[in-house]
Design a protein around this ligand. Structure first.
Ligand SMILES: NC(=O)c1ccc[n+]([C@@H]2O[C@H](COP(=O)([O-])OP(=O)(O)OC[C@H]3O[C@@H](n4cnc5c(N)ncnc54)[C@H](OP(=O)(O)O)[C@@H]3O)[C@@H](O)[C@H]2O)c1
Length: 287
């Protein structure tokens, strides 16, 4: 079913869990030819049974990206749509994050998707057809304390997408950004566990770090978590972004994400900062 049957084919990164997995299953069920990729191919067996072609792809390893694209070509397939989904959240105050950790965050969330996009573009330009869907975040539009490195990587992905959208339009290639808010996936555990492991009880950011952990769990699992969406909601939005004749530039999901972005846009920075000070203890003041 994958190559040359006239359906649009979609390559998705980070399909082992969460949004990537839900999107692969959803699109396969809707008749798309799906190349579901992950850095650990053994996590993709269910997707294989659901009709996806599964491939190993680590977005920090260019050799694995090339091997995956070579496999698509050997199948006689093409990549009509690239969904840059793989990513994770590095949390913690900037002073306590090593540059190596921040670089690794950018490798996965920005440089990996950038390189993969560069690799699929020549064929898309030649066909004068293609779509790049970058999975950013509400954190690509707003910034909350304790998440600076992650949000910086997603802000950068948004900027890159804006430039690409202009540069590729004339070649028939659309660039779309999907901006999830809180989504119930493994994402929050990865992000929070990473920070919890690094909290130094007598360090200058101990109280602040504990508040960041609480806020993050709260946004995904507490009362506020009632507004969090399932990965399938993002999958449906991605389908819309793929099938729209004229896709929107940005798709926030769920509704709470749109609200937060709107608030951040319209409130003066001083009011936003005051709002953040109510939500988080200020390091150096509220210890
Ligand atoms: N969940 C949310 O609340 C939320 C909110 C805003 C934005 N997002 C964004 O949505 C995207 C998907 O997140 P999710 O919620 O589905 O989280 P998730 O369940 O933790 O899934 C993340 C996926 O990225 C993969 N990944 C991480 N590093 C990779 C690498 N170097 N190469 C290839 N794959 C890699 C993971 O693979 P492994 O299993 O191998 O680790 C996993 O498949 C991310 O870009 C995330 O930043 C999520």
């Amino acid at each position: 079913m994958i190559p040359g049957d006239g359906t649009r084919s979609v390559l998705i990164t980070g399909c082992s869990t969460g949004i990537g997995r839900a999107t692969a299953l959803h699109l396969a069920s809707r008749g798309f030819a799906v190349y579901a990729t992950a850095r650990r191919p053994e996590t993709l067996e269910e997707l294989g049974r659901a009709g996806c072609r599964t491939l190993r792809l680590d977005v920090t390893d260019e050799v694995s990206m090339q091997a995956a694209l070579d496999a698509v070509e050997r199948d006689g397939g093409i990549v009509d749509v690239l969904v840059n989904n793989a990513g994770y959240g590095l949390e913690g105050p900037i002073e306590e994050l090593s540059l190596d950790k921040i670089r690794a965050q950018f490798e996965t969330n920005l440089f990996g998707p950038t390189r993969l996009t560069q690799m699929v573009l020549p064929a898309m330009r030649e066909r004068r057809r293609g779509r790049i869907i970058n999975i950013s975040s509400v954190g690509g539009r707003i910034t909350t304390p304790g998440t600076g490195a992650y949000h910086a990587s997603k802000h950068a992905l948004e900027a890159l997408s804006d430039a690409l959208r202009f540069e590729l339009r004339g070649f028939g290639v659309d660039v779309v950004v999907v901006e999830p808010g809180a989504i119930k996936s493994r994402w929050v555990d990865t992000a929070v566990r990473g920070l919890e492991d690094r909290i130094q009880p007598s360090g200058p950011y101990a109280k602040f770090n504990r508040a960041v952990v609480k806020q993050m769990y709260g946004a995904h699992e507490g009362l506020l978590g009632l507004a969090a969406g399932p990965p399938e909601a993002v999958a449906r939005v991605i389908e819309r972004a793929i099938t729209a004749t004229r896709p929107r530039r940005r798709y926030p999901v769920p509704a709470a994400a749109q609200l937060l972005i709107g608030l951040h846009h319209w409130l003066p920075s001083s009011v936003w900062d005051a709002f953040m000070r109510r939500m988080y203890p200020s390091p150096g003041v509220d210890d």
